[in-house]
Design a protein around this ligand. Structure first.
Ligand code: F0G
Length: 458
Protein backbone atom coordinates (compact mmCIF):
# COMPACT_ATOMS: atom_id res chain seq x y z
CA UNK A 1 0.00 0.00 0.00
CA UNK A 2 1.38 3.44 -0.74
CA UNK A 3 0.44 6.71 0.89
CA UNK A 4 0.55 10.21 -0.54
CA UNK A 5 2.24 11.63 2.56
CA UNK A 6 5.96 10.99 2.51
CA UNK A 7 7.22 11.15 6.07
CA UNK A 8 10.68 12.28 7.11
CA UNK A 9 12.58 8.96 7.21
CA UNK A 10 14.13 9.72 10.61
CA UNK A 11 13.19 10.51 14.18
CA UNK A 12 14.65 13.52 15.93
CA UNK A 13 16.71 12.85 19.01
CA UNK A 14 18.49 16.15 19.42
CA UNK A 15 16.97 19.56 18.86
CA UNK A 16 18.26 23.07 18.30
CA UNK A 17 15.80 25.72 19.50
CA UNK A 18 14.69 28.45 17.10
CA UNK A 19 14.49 31.89 18.69
CA UNK A 20 10.97 33.13 18.02
CA UNK A 21 10.66 36.78 16.95
CA UNK A 22 7.87 39.19 16.12
CA UNK A 23 7.47 41.33 13.02
CA UNK A 24 8.21 44.43 15.11
CA UNK A 25 11.53 42.94 16.28
CA UNK A 26 12.41 41.78 12.78
CA UNK A 27 11.79 45.25 11.39
CA UNK A 28 14.48 46.54 13.73
CA UNK A 29 16.89 43.65 13.01
CA UNK A 30 16.49 44.20 9.26
CA UNK A 31 17.17 47.90 9.61
CA UNK A 32 20.28 47.15 11.68
CA UNK A 33 21.39 44.68 8.97
CA UNK A 34 20.95 47.45 6.35
CA UNK A 35 18.28 45.36 4.59
CA UNK A 36 20.84 42.67 3.73
CA UNK A 37 19.98 39.28 5.31
CA UNK A 38 23.64 38.18 5.01
CA UNK A 39 24.26 40.69 7.80
CA UNK A 40 21.65 39.17 10.17
CA UNK A 41 22.66 37.02 13.10
CA UNK A 42 21.41 33.46 12.73
CA UNK A 43 19.41 33.65 15.96
CA UNK A 44 17.35 36.47 14.42
CA UNK A 45 16.17 33.99 11.77
CA UNK A 46 13.26 31.53 12.09
CA UNK A 47 13.71 29.45 8.94
CA UNK A 48 17.13 29.65 7.33
CA UNK A 49 16.98 28.99 3.60
CA UNK A 50 20.15 30.96 2.81
CA UNK A 51 22.00 27.83 1.68
CA UNK A 52 21.97 24.03 1.67
CA UNK A 53 25.75 24.10 2.10
CA UNK A 54 27.22 22.91 5.38
CA UNK A 55 23.78 23.10 6.99
CA UNK A 56 22.83 19.40 7.02
CA UNK A 57 21.81 17.57 10.18
CA UNK A 58 24.14 14.63 10.67
CA UNK A 59 22.87 11.18 11.59
CA UNK A 60 23.51 9.28 14.82
CA UNK A 61 25.88 7.06 12.80
CA UNK A 62 27.86 10.11 11.65
CA UNK A 63 28.12 11.49 15.18
CA UNK A 64 29.24 8.09 16.43
CA UNK A 65 31.82 8.06 13.63
CA UNK A 66 33.09 11.47 14.78
CA UNK A 67 34.08 9.90 18.10
CA UNK A 68 36.09 7.31 16.23
CA UNK A 69 37.95 9.92 14.19
CA UNK A 70 41.63 9.14 13.89
CA UNK A 71 43.51 12.42 14.20
CA UNK A 72 46.91 11.09 13.08
CA UNK A 73 48.83 13.48 10.86
CA UNK A 74 49.70 10.78 8.34
CA UNK A 75 47.90 7.62 7.24
CA UNK A 76 44.86 8.12 9.48
CA UNK A 77 42.32 5.31 9.55
CA UNK A 78 39.54 7.87 8.95
CA UNK A 79 41.24 9.01 5.76
CA UNK A 80 41.52 5.44 4.49
CA UNK A 81 37.82 4.99 5.15
CA UNK A 82 36.91 8.21 3.31
CA UNK A 83 39.22 7.36 0.42
CA UNK A 84 37.70 3.89 0.05
CA UNK A 85 34.14 5.26 -0.11
CA UNK A 86 35.10 7.88 -2.71
CA UNK A 87 37.08 5.37 -4.68
CA UNK A 88 34.17 2.97 -4.76
CA UNK A 89 31.78 5.75 -5.81
CA UNK A 90 33.91 7.50 -8.43
CA UNK A 91 36.25 4.78 -9.68
CA UNK A 92 38.90 7.52 -9.88
CA UNK A 93 42.37 6.44 -8.82
CA UNK A 94 43.78 9.51 -7.10
CA UNK A 95 41.73 11.04 -4.29
CA UNK A 96 42.69 14.10 -2.22
CA UNK A 97 40.82 15.53 0.76
CA UNK A 98 40.26 19.30 0.90
CA UNK A 99 38.60 21.54 3.48
CA UNK A 100 35.78 22.45 1.08
CA UNK A 101 34.88 22.55 -2.61
CA UNK A 102 36.58 25.80 -3.52
CA UNK A 103 39.93 24.55 -2.18
CA UNK A 104 39.78 21.68 -4.65
CA UNK A 105 38.80 24.18 -7.36
CA UNK A 106 41.72 26.44 -6.59
CA UNK A 107 44.16 23.53 -6.77
CA UNK A 108 42.84 21.95 -9.98
CA UNK A 109 41.79 25.01 -11.97
CA UNK A 110 44.76 26.99 -10.72
CA UNK A 111 46.99 24.27 -12.17
CA UNK A 112 45.13 23.76 -15.45
CA UNK A 113 44.19 27.42 -15.92
CA UNK A 114 46.23 30.56 -16.60
CA UNK A 115 46.13 33.25 -19.24
CA UNK A 116 44.95 32.07 -22.66
CA UNK A 117 43.05 29.06 -21.26
CA UNK A 118 39.29 28.50 -21.45
CA UNK A 119 36.94 26.48 -19.28
CA UNK A 120 33.50 25.51 -20.51
CA UNK A 121 30.58 24.48 -18.28
CA UNK A 122 26.81 24.02 -18.26
CA UNK A 123 27.09 26.82 -15.66
CA UNK A 124 30.10 27.61 -13.49
CA UNK A 125 29.18 28.11 -9.84
CA UNK A 126 30.46 31.53 -8.56
CA UNK A 127 33.50 30.11 -6.72
CA UNK A 128 34.36 27.93 -9.72
CA UNK A 129 34.24 30.94 -12.03
CA UNK A 130 36.18 33.05 -9.51
CA UNK A 131 38.98 30.46 -9.20
CA UNK A 132 39.22 30.09 -12.97
CA UNK A 133 39.26 33.86 -13.58
CA UNK A 134 41.73 34.38 -10.73
CA UNK A 135 44.15 32.08 -12.60
CA UNK A 136 43.83 34.38 -15.66
CA UNK A 137 41.69 31.93 -17.64
CA UNK A 138 38.22 32.54 -19.05
CA UNK A 139 35.03 30.72 -17.94
CA UNK A 140 32.26 30.21 -20.51
CA UNK A 141 28.73 29.03 -19.63
CA UNK A 142 26.74 27.07 -22.20
CA UNK A 143 23.52 25.87 -20.55
CA UNK A 144 21.07 24.09 -22.87
CA UNK A 145 18.56 26.23 -24.70
CA UNK A 146 15.58 24.82 -22.71
CA UNK A 147 16.98 26.44 -19.56
CA UNK A 148 16.12 29.93 -20.87
CA UNK A 149 12.41 29.41 -20.26
CA UNK A 150 11.74 29.34 -16.51
CA UNK A 151 8.28 27.89 -17.10
CA UNK A 152 9.21 25.00 -19.41
CA UNK A 153 8.79 21.53 -17.84
CA UNK A 154 11.75 20.05 -19.74
CA UNK A 155 13.11 17.49 -17.24
CA UNK A 156 16.85 18.03 -17.73
CA UNK A 157 17.32 21.78 -17.85
CA UNK A 158 20.77 21.37 -16.28
CA UNK A 159 22.12 19.94 -19.56
CA UNK A 160 25.00 21.44 -21.49
CA UNK A 161 24.56 22.65 -25.07
CA UNK A 162 26.64 19.99 -26.84
CA UNK A 163 26.66 21.73 -30.22
CA UNK A 164 28.05 24.91 -28.68
CA UNK A 165 30.63 22.83 -26.78
CA UNK A 166 32.07 21.46 -30.01
CA UNK A 167 31.99 24.90 -31.67
CA UNK A 168 33.83 26.47 -28.73
CA UNK A 169 36.49 23.75 -28.61
CA UNK A 170 37.15 24.27 -32.32
CA UNK A 171 37.11 28.07 -32.01
CA UNK A 172 39.58 28.19 -29.11
CA UNK A 173 41.54 25.04 -30.15
CA UNK A 174 41.60 21.91 -27.97
CA UNK A 175 45.03 22.67 -26.52
CA UNK A 176 43.71 25.90 -24.98
CA UNK A 177 40.79 24.28 -23.20
CA UNK A 178 41.75 23.94 -19.54
CA UNK A 179 38.76 21.70 -18.95
CA UNK A 180 35.06 21.12 -19.44
CA UNK A 181 33.03 21.11 -16.23
CA UNK A 182 29.66 19.46 -15.83
CA UNK A 183 27.94 20.75 -12.68
CA UNK A 184 25.40 18.25 -11.30
CA UNK A 185 22.85 19.39 -10.44
CA UNK A 186 23.25 22.79 -12.05
CA UNK A 187 23.08 25.03 -8.97
CA UNK A 188 23.27 28.44 -10.66
CA UNK A 189 20.80 27.22 -13.28
CA UNK A 190 18.04 26.47 -10.76
CA UNK A 191 19.24 23.17 -9.25
CA UNK A 192 18.19 21.42 -12.43
CA UNK A 193 19.53 17.95 -13.27
CA UNK A 194 21.80 16.81 -16.11
CA UNK A 195 20.72 13.67 -17.98
CA UNK A 196 23.01 10.69 -18.48
CA UNK A 197 22.49 11.06 -22.22
CA UNK A 198 23.83 14.62 -22.07
CA UNK A 199 26.80 13.56 -19.91
CA UNK A 200 27.61 10.83 -22.44
CA UNK A 201 27.45 13.26 -25.37
CA UNK A 202 29.63 15.80 -23.56
CA UNK A 203 32.10 13.06 -22.68
CA UNK A 204 32.23 11.86 -26.29
CA UNK A 205 33.01 15.39 -27.55
CA UNK A 206 35.74 15.79 -24.91
CA UNK A 207 37.29 12.43 -25.86
CA UNK A 208 37.17 13.31 -29.57
CA UNK A 209 39.27 16.43 -28.98
CA UNK A 210 41.30 15.01 -26.04
CA UNK A 211 39.93 17.65 -23.68
CA UNK A 212 39.58 16.86 -19.96
CA UNK A 213 36.10 16.55 -18.48
CA UNK A 214 35.41 17.15 -14.78
CA UNK A 215 32.30 16.64 -12.70
CA UNK A 216 31.38 19.28 -10.11
CA UNK A 217 29.54 16.59 -8.19
CA UNK A 218 28.37 18.20 -4.94
CA UNK A 219 24.73 17.26 -5.63
CA UNK A 220 25.35 14.05 -7.61
CA UNK A 221 22.99 11.92 -5.49
CA UNK A 222 20.12 14.35 -6.09
CA UNK A 223 20.98 14.33 -9.81
CA UNK A 224 20.91 10.51 -9.81
CA UNK A 225 17.42 10.57 -8.30
CA UNK A 226 16.14 12.65 -11.23
CA UNK A 227 17.79 10.33 -13.78
CA UNK A 228 16.18 7.34 -12.08
CA UNK A 229 12.77 9.04 -12.18
CA UNK A 230 12.85 10.67 -15.56
CA UNK A 231 15.35 9.05 -17.93
CA UNK A 232 14.54 5.86 -19.76
CA UNK A 233 16.78 2.90 -19.01
CA UNK A 234 17.67 3.83 -15.44
CA UNK A 235 14.51 2.89 -13.57
CA UNK A 236 16.01 -0.41 -12.43
CA UNK A 237 19.41 0.94 -11.43
CA UNK A 238 20.23 2.06 -7.91
CA UNK A 239 21.00 5.74 -7.28
CA UNK A 240 24.58 4.84 -6.54
CA UNK A 241 24.95 2.82 -9.75
CA UNK A 242 23.66 5.83 -11.69
CA UNK A 243 26.22 8.08 -10.01
CA UNK A 244 28.97 5.51 -10.66
CA UNK A 245 28.04 5.45 -14.34
CA UNK A 246 28.30 9.23 -14.50
CA UNK A 247 31.73 9.23 -12.84
CA UNK A 248 32.91 6.64 -15.37
CA UNK A 249 32.49 9.28 -18.10
CA UNK A 250 34.88 11.87 -16.60
CA UNK A 251 38.57 12.48 -15.97
CA UNK A 252 38.10 13.89 -12.52
CA UNK A 253 35.66 15.25 -9.97
CA UNK A 254 35.44 18.02 -7.44
CA UNK A 255 33.09 17.81 -4.53
CA UNK A 256 31.95 20.21 -1.87
CA UNK A 257 31.05 17.57 0.74
CA UNK A 258 28.95 20.24 2.47
CA UNK A 259 26.05 19.27 0.23
CA UNK A 260 25.44 15.61 -0.65
CA UNK A 261 27.97 14.17 1.82
CA UNK A 262 25.64 15.44 4.57
CA UNK A 263 28.39 17.12 6.60
CA UNK A 264 29.11 20.63 7.81
CA UNK A 265 32.61 20.91 6.34
CA UNK A 266 34.76 19.13 3.79
CA UNK A 267 35.45 18.32 0.17
CA UNK A 268 37.63 16.33 -2.18
CA UNK A 269 39.36 16.22 -5.53
CA UNK A 270 39.50 12.92 -7.45
CA UNK A 271 41.52 12.35 -10.62
CA UNK A 272 42.31 9.71 -13.22
CA UNK A 273 45.51 11.12 -14.69
CA UNK A 274 48.72 10.55 -12.72
CA UNK A 275 50.57 13.64 -13.93
CA UNK A 276 47.73 16.04 -13.02
CA UNK A 277 47.39 14.19 -9.70
CA UNK A 278 51.10 14.61 -9.00
CA UNK A 279 50.93 18.38 -9.57
CA UNK A 280 47.76 18.73 -7.49
CA UNK A 281 49.29 16.70 -4.68
CA UNK A 282 52.12 19.19 -4.36
CA UNK A 283 49.72 22.16 -4.32
CA UNK A 284 47.60 20.37 -1.73
CA UNK A 285 50.54 19.84 0.60
CA UNK A 286 51.68 23.47 0.25
CA UNK A 287 48.29 25.07 0.91
CA UNK A 288 45.83 22.61 2.49
CA UNK A 289 47.71 19.90 4.34
CA UNK A 290 49.26 16.49 3.96
CA UNK A 291 47.61 14.11 1.48
CA UNK A 292 45.87 12.08 4.18
CA UNK A 293 43.99 14.98 5.76
CA UNK A 294 44.11 18.00 3.40
CA UNK A 295 42.73 20.55 5.86
CA UNK A 296 40.23 18.20 7.54
CA UNK A 297 40.11 16.64 10.97
CA UNK A 298 39.96 12.86 11.19
CA UNK A 299 36.44 13.19 12.60
CA UNK A 300 35.30 15.22 9.56
CA UNK A 301 36.62 12.53 7.22
CA UNK A 302 34.80 9.86 9.20
CA UNK A 303 31.50 11.81 8.88
CA UNK A 304 32.04 12.29 5.13
CA UNK A 305 32.66 8.55 4.60
CA UNK A 306 29.38 7.74 6.34
CA UNK A 307 27.39 10.62 4.81
CA UNK A 308 28.41 9.70 1.26
CA UNK A 309 26.79 6.30 1.77
CA UNK A 310 23.69 7.55 3.61
CA UNK A 311 22.87 10.06 0.89
CA UNK A 312 22.21 7.28 -1.63
CA UNK A 313 19.59 5.56 0.56
CA UNK A 314 16.37 5.34 -1.42
CA UNK A 315 14.16 6.54 1.46
CA UNK A 316 16.34 9.54 2.11
CA UNK A 317 16.47 10.67 -1.54
CA UNK A 318 12.75 10.23 -2.04
CA UNK A 319 12.05 12.36 1.05
CA UNK A 320 14.67 14.92 0.03
CA UNK A 321 13.48 15.54 -3.52
CA UNK A 322 9.79 15.25 -2.70
CA UNK A 323 10.03 17.70 0.19
CA UNK A 324 11.71 20.29 -2.04
CA UNK A 325 9.06 19.83 -4.71
CA UNK A 326 6.32 19.88 -2.05
CA UNK A 327 7.24 23.48 -1.29
CA UNK A 328 7.78 24.43 -4.94
CA UNK A 329 4.62 22.81 -6.26
CA UNK A 330 2.46 24.38 -3.55
CA UNK A 331 3.87 27.84 -4.31
CA UNK A 332 3.32 27.22 -8.03
CA UNK A 333 -0.30 26.19 -7.39
CA UNK A 334 -0.83 29.46 -5.46
CA UNK A 335 0.27 31.41 -8.52
CA UNK A 336 3.76 32.30 -7.25
CA UNK A 337 6.08 32.35 -10.27
CA UNK A 338 8.66 29.65 -9.48
CA UNK A 339 11.24 28.12 -11.79
CA UNK A 340 9.82 24.89 -13.28
CA UNK A 341 10.22 22.03 -12.80
CA UNK A 342 11.34 22.14 -9.16
CA UNK A 343 15.05 21.26 -8.78
CA UNK A 344 16.75 19.17 -6.13
CA UNK A 345 18.01 21.43 -3.38
CA UNK A 346 16.08 24.67 -3.73
CA UNK A 347 13.03 26.51 -4.99
CA UNK A 348 13.74 29.58 -7.13
CA UNK A 349 11.15 32.37 -7.24
CA UNK A 350 11.04 34.77 -10.17
CA UNK A 351 10.96 38.09 -8.27
CA UNK A 352 10.68 40.20 -11.43
CA UNK A 353 7.37 38.50 -12.20
CA UNK A 354 6.21 38.49 -8.56
CA UNK A 355 6.87 42.19 -7.99
CA UNK A 356 6.30 43.38 -11.55
CA UNK A 357 5.83 46.98 -10.28
CA UNK A 358 9.48 47.16 -9.12
CA UNK A 359 11.99 48.09 -11.86
CA UNK A 360 15.17 45.98 -11.98
CA UNK A 361 17.19 49.08 -10.97
CA UNK A 362 15.36 48.83 -7.63
CA UNK A 363 16.13 45.15 -7.18
CA UNK A 364 12.84 43.18 -6.97
CA UNK A 365 14.75 40.14 -5.66
CA UNK A 366 16.10 42.12 -2.72
CA UNK A 367 12.57 43.33 -2.00
CA UNK A 368 11.31 39.74 -1.84
CA UNK A 369 14.22 38.63 0.36
CA UNK A 370 13.42 41.50 2.77
CA UNK A 371 9.65 40.83 2.78
CA UNK A 372 10.17 37.12 3.46
CA UNK A 373 12.31 38.02 6.45
CA UNK A 374 10.08 40.79 7.71
CA UNK A 375 6.78 38.93 7.47
CA UNK A 376 8.00 35.43 8.32
CA UNK A 377 11.58 35.47 9.62
CA UNK A 378 12.62 33.45 6.55
CA UNK A 379 16.12 34.05 5.26
CA UNK A 380 16.68 33.51 1.53
CA UNK A 381 19.15 34.79 -1.02
CA UNK A 382 18.81 37.11 -3.98
CA UNK A 383 20.24 35.66 -7.20
CA UNK A 384 19.72 38.56 -9.55
CA UNK A 385 21.08 42.01 -10.18
CA UNK A 386 22.37 42.48 -6.62
CA UNK A 387 24.54 39.38 -7.05
CA UNK A 388 25.41 39.63 -10.75
CA UNK A 389 24.58 43.19 -11.84
CA UNK A 390 27.35 45.31 -13.33
CA UNK A 391 27.62 48.99 -14.27
CA UNK A 392 28.29 50.44 -17.71
CA UNK A 393 30.67 53.35 -18.39
CA UNK A 394 28.18 55.95 -17.21
CA UNK A 395 27.26 54.04 -14.06
CA UNK A 396 23.96 52.64 -15.33
CA UNK A 397 23.03 49.17 -14.08
CA UNK A 398 23.49 46.28 -16.51
CA UNK A 399 21.00 43.88 -14.93
CA UNK A 400 21.41 40.15 -14.52
CA UNK A 401 19.63 37.77 -16.95
CA UNK A 402 17.06 36.93 -14.25
CA UNK A 403 15.88 38.31 -10.89
CA UNK A 404 15.56 35.19 -8.76
CA UNK A 405 15.29 34.46 -5.05
CA UNK A 406 16.59 31.08 -3.90
CA UNK A 407 15.02 29.18 -1.05
CA UNK A 408 17.71 26.53 -0.43
CA UNK A 409 16.60 23.70 1.81
CA UNK A 410 19.08 22.32 4.36
CA UNK A 411 19.16 18.50 4.41
CA UNK A 412 17.23 16.69 7.18
CA UNK A 413 16.76 19.94 9.14
CA UNK A 414 13.19 21.17 8.69
CA UNK A 415 9.95 19.21 9.02
CA UNK A 416 6.79 19.48 6.99
CA UNK A 417 5.25 21.95 9.44
CA UNK A 418 8.17 24.31 8.92
CA UNK A 419 7.46 24.11 5.20
CA UNK A 420 3.71 24.62 5.74
CA UNK A 421 4.62 27.75 7.68
CA UNK A 422 6.73 29.03 4.76
CA UNK A 423 3.79 28.47 2.42
CA UNK A 424 1.57 30.48 4.78
CA UNK A 425 4.09 33.33 4.79
CA UNK A 426 3.90 33.40 0.98
CA UNK A 427 0.10 33.61 1.24
CA UNK A 428 0.55 36.75 3.35
CA UNK A 429 3.03 38.16 0.83
CA UNK A 430 0.49 37.66 -1.96
CA UNK A 431 -2.02 39.88 -0.13
CA UNK A 432 0.12 43.01 -0.01
CA UNK A 433 2.22 42.30 -3.05
CA UNK A 434 1.33 45.36 -5.17
CA UNK A 435 2.32 47.83 -2.45
CA UNK A 436 5.87 46.57 -1.99
CA UNK A 437 8.62 48.97 -3.09
CA UNK A 438 12.19 48.42 -4.20
CA UNK A 439 15.59 49.21 -2.69
CA UNK A 440 18.61 51.27 -3.50
CA UNK A 441 22.21 50.44 -2.66
CA UNK A 442 23.88 52.83 -0.21
CA UNK A 443 27.20 50.98 0.07
CA UNK A 444 28.87 48.30 -2.02
CA UNK A 445 32.33 46.75 -2.15
CA UNK A 446 34.10 46.21 -5.45
CA UNK A 447 33.80 42.40 -5.60
CA UNK A 448 31.01 39.98 -4.57
CA UNK A 449 28.93 42.90 -3.41
CA UNK A 450 25.88 40.88 -2.34
CA UNK A 451 27.61 39.63 0.81
CA UNK A 452 28.19 43.03 2.39
CA UNK A 453 26.22 45.63 0.44
CA UNK A 454 23.93 47.99 2.36
CA UNK A 455 20.50 49.07 1.16
CA UNK A 456 17.66 51.44 1.90
CA UNK A 457 14.01 51.28 0.81
CA UNK A 458 13.04 53.70 -1.98
N1 F0G B 1 30.27 24.00 -6.76
C1 F0G B 1 28.94 24.15 -6.58
C2 F0G B 1 27.99 23.66 -7.64
C3 F0G B 1 28.45 24.75 -5.40
O1 F0G B 1 27.12 24.89 -5.23
C4 F0G B 1 29.38 25.21 -4.42
C5 F0G B 1 28.91 25.87 -3.21
C6 F0G B 1 30.74 25.02 -4.66
C7 F0G B 1 31.15 24.41 -5.85
C8 F0G B 1 31.79 25.51 -3.69
O2 F0G B 1 31.85 24.68 -2.59
O3 F0G B 1 31.27 26.20 -0.68
O4 F0G B 1 32.39 23.98 -0.32
O5 F0G B 1 33.65 25.86 -1.31
N2 F0G B 1 27.70 26.30 -3.05
C9 F0G B 1 27.12 26.92 -1.87
C10 F0G B 1 25.72 27.41 -2.17
C11 F0G B 1 27.98 27.94 -1.20
O6 F0G B 1 25.13 28.09 -1.32
O7 F0G B 1 25.19 27.09 -3.23
P1 F0G B 1 32.31 25.23 -1.15
Amino acid sequence: MSFKTIIEPFRIKMVEPITMTTEVQRKKFLEQAHYNPFLLNSDQVLIDFLTDSGTSAMSAAQWAGMMEGDESYAGARSWRRMEKVIHDLTGLKYVFPTHQGRAAERILYGYLGGKGKFFISNTHFDTTRANIEFSGAEAIDIPCIESNDTQSEFPFKGNMDVKKLEDLILKHKPKNIGGVILTVTNNSGGGQPVSMENAKLVSAVCKKYKVKLFLDCCRVAENSFFIHQKEKGYENKTYKQIAQKMFSLVDGAIMSAKKDALVNMGGFLALKDSSIAEACKNLLIITEGFTTYGGLSGRDMEAIAIGLEEVFHADYLLYRIRSTSFLGDRLHAMGIPVMRPIGGHAVYVDAKKFYSQIPVEQYPGQALVCELYLKGGIRSVEIGSVMFGKYDDVGKLIPSRMELVRLAIPRRVYTQSHIEYVIEVFEKLMEGKNKVRGYEITYEPKFLRHFTAKFKPV
